[in-house]
Design a protein around this ligand. Structure first.
Ligand SMILES: [Zn+2]
Length: 212
């Protein structure tokens, strides 16, 4: 079974949902770069202190620091069925740096056309209640009463991230920086592309096939 996997695909393609299923159903551990950095800074580890100096200066944390944090975290996990890399690598340069330190088995690419993503994201409505956090979709999963959360009765809103202009900007950034990663992993013979349209369980069974 493949154990070190990178999830690729544009925002809204379902990486988060499928990553969660890998965690809950197969026991994979997700390494989120953001969470990992915050944890290291909070714990004041050597690498955390180093990362903090870059963050305080408003700069990007160098790849080398992030990758060393990942290695430290993976070691601390002991034996797990697999690791999912979330939010890193985002560029070919980061992928090259990662490859020189860790052996990635598989890059899973969730393929969804831009028009579908724009519709998925711009029709999303969120519950502002922090103890609820329900998410709806105007067409696929509408609330029973328009504009009102089924679970807690709060008034639903559209997150800034889900506004059409922002969605298009995020997609542009993805195409420019991250899409070249697909070619990179394809050349390395590690790429499996999965159509990200359809029901969540159907897509997950294709994910499991790719892990074999
Ligand atoms: Zn709610």
């Amino acid at each position: 079974m493949k154990s070190m996997i990178v999830l690729l695909g544009p925002p809204g393609a379902g990486k988060g949902t499928q990553g969660e299923k890998l965690e809950t159903e197969l026991g994979y551990v997700r390494l989120s770069t953001g969470d990992m950095l915050r944890e290291a800074v909070r714990n004041g580890t050597e690498l955390g202190k180093k990362a903090k100096t870059y963050m305080d200066a408003g700069g990007l944390v160098p790849n080398e620091v992030i990758i060393n944090l990942m290695k430290e975290k993976i070691q601390s996990l002991g034996k797990v069925p697999g690791i999912i890399f979330d939010g890193f690598p985002r560029t070919v340069e980061q992928a090259e740096a990662l490859d020189s330190e860790l052996n990635i088995d598989l890059a899973l690419n969730f393929d969804v056309a831009d028009e579908v993503l724009v519709s998925r994201l711009t029709q999303r409505r969120s519950c502002p209640n922090p103890s609820c956090n329900a998410v709806y979709h105007l067409t696929n999963n509408p609330p029973k009463k328009e504009g009102v959360c089924d679970k807690c009765g709060s008034e639903l809103y559209q997150r800034d991230d889900d506004k059409e202009e922002t969605v298009k900007k995020r997609l542009d950034t993805y195409h420019k920086n991250t899409e070249p990663l697909i070619g990179y992993y394809e050349k390395a013979g590690k790429l499996v592309t999965i159509c990200g349209i359809g029901d969540i369980d159907g897509i997950f069974s294709k994910v499991k096939e790719a892990l074999q």
